[in-house]
Design a protein around this ligand. Structure first.
Ligand code: EPU
Length: 306
């Protein structure tokens, strides 16, 4: 990108393999890659990309992202602003976390002030930005349940605005941000109305982690590949993992992908899986679950075209 301010020029790198930035471990090189440390740097990068008609992709923790083996023809921007600050009054408490902070860091900050409610998120990968965008959740608690508002950069209108919980239209693994990629999370404010001593939180988290380790595989994957399904007759939610399991697909291999033998909704990269292997596995699962169960599954993972 020509004509960049020197401090921005310094952080833009060329031909950076994306696989190491994803939990799937899949992805070829991005033409350009940058880690802005401030919101101003992010804005400057996007402005330059726009001016030069260079596509950009904002990457969070990479725990839900599937890149192409050919990488990305444009600039991948991975925000590194990650400040977390806690405010407490006698009646309420809130934590503001910047987009690049991790869920793990948010949990730690809450525990430090004995603020309770998100212990069940322990083990949840990813950053605040990605978690808000996809209304991440675990253990029956979603971002939606804890979020007051989010500070958003509107890349089209070039303005920063505060969107409330309602404005964000948070639904199961979805928000309005998924439909509007020009809206980028800068930070999010979470409210807490329960207290629990950190030591007790630790015990709870130990239990959650034990359960997670027993029911979800370790290794390279993007977490749950599909959103949970809906029974067409009863309209109840059915675990996609359970459906895949009942269809007898666990352990199936497609190229370098294995459908986890532990949890059917995890597609594991056994070593050198390609994006196409994942896409083929997704197609096989969708077709089989539709034929055997008459249920349509929808991807939770974000597939990024070259
Ligand atoms: N089950 C099976 N076979 C399987 C997987 C699950 O029979 O292969 C059964 C389990 O035994 C259990 C039920 O299905 O009775 C539900 O399973 P689980 O508790 O694992 O919940 P889930 O609905 O499959 C959801 C989230 C997970 C989250 C867990 C725990 C989705 C798509 N998945 O899984 O989130 O960790 O609950 O809160 O909503 C993610 O989003 O990436 C993710 C992993």
């Amino acid at each position: 990108m020509a004509g960049l301010a020197p401090d921005i020029q310094e952080i833009v790198r060329k031909d950076i393999p994306l696989a190491p930035y994803t939990s799937f471990g899949i992805g070829g090189p991005a033409d350009l890659y940058a880690e802005p440390k401030t919101i101003e740097q992010l804005e400057a990068l996007v402005t330059e990309a726009d001016k030069n008609h260079i596509p950009y992709y904002i990457l969070g923790g990479g725990s839900n992202t599937l890149f192409s083996d050919k990488g990305f023809r444009g600039i991948v921007i991975r925000p590194q602003f990650k400040k977390i600050s806690t405010t407490e009054t006698p009646t309420e408490a809130s934590i503001v976390a910047e987009a690049g902070a991790t869920i793990a860091q948010l949990i730690q900050a809450a525990a430090k002030s004995d603020l309770s409610g998100i212990e069940v998120w322990v083990g949840l990968p990813g950053t605040i930005g990605g978690a808000v965008r996809g209304n991440a959740g675990a253990g029956g608690v979603e971002i939606k349940d804890m979020l007051s508002s989010a500070t958003i950069l509107d890349l089209k209108q070039r303005k920063i605005m505060e969107l409330s919980n309602a404005d964000l239209e948070l639904e199961y693994r979805h928000s309005t941000l998924k439909d509007k990629p020009h809206l980028i999370v800068l930070s999010a404010t979470f409210h807490f109305d329960k207290k629990l001593p950190a030591q007790e939180q630790q015990l709870l988290m130990k239990d959650v982690l034990q359960k997670r380790h027993a029911t979800q595989p370790k290794g390279k994957s993007a977490g749950c590949a599909f959103k949970n399904g809906t029974d067409p007759l009863t309209h109840t939610i059915i675990s996609a993992g359970k459906l895949i399991d009942e269809c007898g697909l666990k352990g199936t291999r497609v190229g370098g992908i294995e459908i986890s033998t532990i949890h059917g909704n995890f597609l594991q990269n056994t070593g050198n899986a390609t994006q196409q292997d994942v896409l083929d596995t997704i197609a096989l699962i969708k077709k089989t679950v539709k034929t055997q169960k008459n249920i349509d599954l929808h991807e939770e993972i974000q597939i990024v075209p070259e």
